[in-house]
Design a protein around this ligand. Structure first.
Ligand SMILES: NC(=O)c1ccc[n+]([C@@H]2O[C@H](COP(=O)([O-])OP(=O)(O)OC[C@H]3O[C@@H](n4cnc5c(N)ncnc54)[C@H](O)[C@@H]3O)[C@@H](O)[C@H]2O)c1
Length: 334
């Protein structure tokens, strides 16, 4: 049974990955600082090492203790707005932390890496459906930090034979259908959990501080209903792509990048309508001004992942995605 290191395995996507890895016969070991992750998201029988990627000695200790076949690297700071206010935090954590990881992987001869990249590496779209050939011109420190890591990976690959797949996720969404784990960012900047939070808060008394109204950033975009259009991909489909990527690395040399999106674009209003269908609640929202840096439409062309990795999203229906998120949101464990 192959042992794999999951950096950031106590976070939203990483914790879903742990279940997928166990089901596929891998033995995951989690390395997470818990700066944003949750102990409760890691099953008790999976080793959880609390450590920071910025602490290279802690990484070396973990690599001495286990014989890793591969590394899945989810650990990062992920908030675009915060990255604009605190760029140093993002370059230090995301770039510096990844450099330590690549260094220690090289020292210990671990050759396989799956890296969590993002659609934010592309910046403002110059084509409607974004393929991997789209120029990478990130427009904020978060996106730039991820693009820098991709470039470091390419250099480690050329110099030392690192075999790496960078998976550029569009909007990860939904939750494990069992309802045990789900999206729990703090603060939450993602649309679907915030739409559902507004629905759940309707249960609170009208003057209660937990009452929450969704703020829609702009309704004057050149889209059918004026709100931004995004591509939502179920977290369990992302996990399946990681398993396929691990498999792909057996016979692959070099660095590859794949987009992971459903290829369907949904507007904010369509997400609100889906949440109303699923929850049976009238979602309270108000329309505010546009948020700087938001593109009108971001939709993936993920045909490369489909043809090369054999990936096929199974949960790409918006109502299905929202349903699993609602199931989690209404019975949250952490
Ligand atoms: N959520 C999305 O929609 C989305 C979209 C595109 C890309 N991504 C990427 O996917 C990855 C996972 O995202 P997520 O939504 O699960 O985020 P998350 O914040 O839930 O998880 C990240 C985890 O990494 C840990 N971490 C952060 N810095 C660390 C460090 N220096 N050392 C050790 N652990 C550290 C955190 O404690 C947390 O558990 C990130 O790399 C993110 O950039 C996410």
């Amino acid at each position: 049974m192959a042992t794999v290191l999951v950096c950031g395995g106590a976070g939203y996507i990483g914790s879903h990955m742990l279940r997928a890895l166990v089901s596929a016969g891998f033995r995951p070991v989690v390395f997470d600082s818990l700066v944003k992750g949750h102990v409760e998201a890691v099953p008790a029988d999976i080793p959880l090492i609390r450590g920071d990627l910025l602490d290279i000695q802690a990484l070396r200790r973990v690599f001495s203790e286990y014989d890793f076949e591969a590394v899945l690297h989810f650990a990062a700071r992920i908030e675009v707005g915060e990255s604009v206010r605190e760029p140093g935090l993002y370059y230090q954590n995301n770039v510096g932390g990844s450099l330590n990881l690549l260094t220690v992987m090289h020292e210990f001869g671990v050759k396989k890496l799956v890296f969590s990249s993002t659609a934010a590496v592309y910046g403002n779209p110059v084509q409607e459906r974004i393929s991997e050939n789209h120029p990478c011109m990130p427009i904020n420190p978060y996106g730039r930090s991820k693009w820098m890591v991709e470039q470091m990976i390419e250099d480690f690959s050329s110099a030392f034979g690192l075999k790496a797949v960078c998976l550029r996720y569009f909007n990860a969404a939904g939750a494990d259908p069992g309802g045990e784990i789900g999206e729990a960012h703090n603060p939450e900047s993602h649309l679907i959990p915030n739409v559902l939070k507004a629905a759940v808060s309707l249960n609170a008394p009208e003057d209660d501080s937990s009452r929450f109204e969704l703020n829609v950033f702009g309704s004057d975009y050149p889209t059918p209903d004026g709100t931004c259009v995004r591509d939502y991909i179920h977290v369990c489909d992302l996990c399946q792509a990681h398993l396929l990527a691990l498999n792909y690395l057996d016979d692959f040399e070099g660095k590859a990048a794949f987009n992971l999106g459903s290829g369907n674009g949904y507007s904010i209003m369509q997400v609100i309508e889906a949440a109303e269908r699923v929850s049976g609640c009238k979602i309270p929202y108000s329309i505010g001004p546009r948020r700087p840096g938001d593109a009108a439409v971001l939709v993936a062309d993920s045909s490369l992942a489909r043809s090369v990795l054999g990936w096929k999203p199974a949960l790409d229906d918006l109502d299905m995605i929202v349903k699993t998120a609602w199931n989690w949101e209404t019975g949250r464990k952490y």
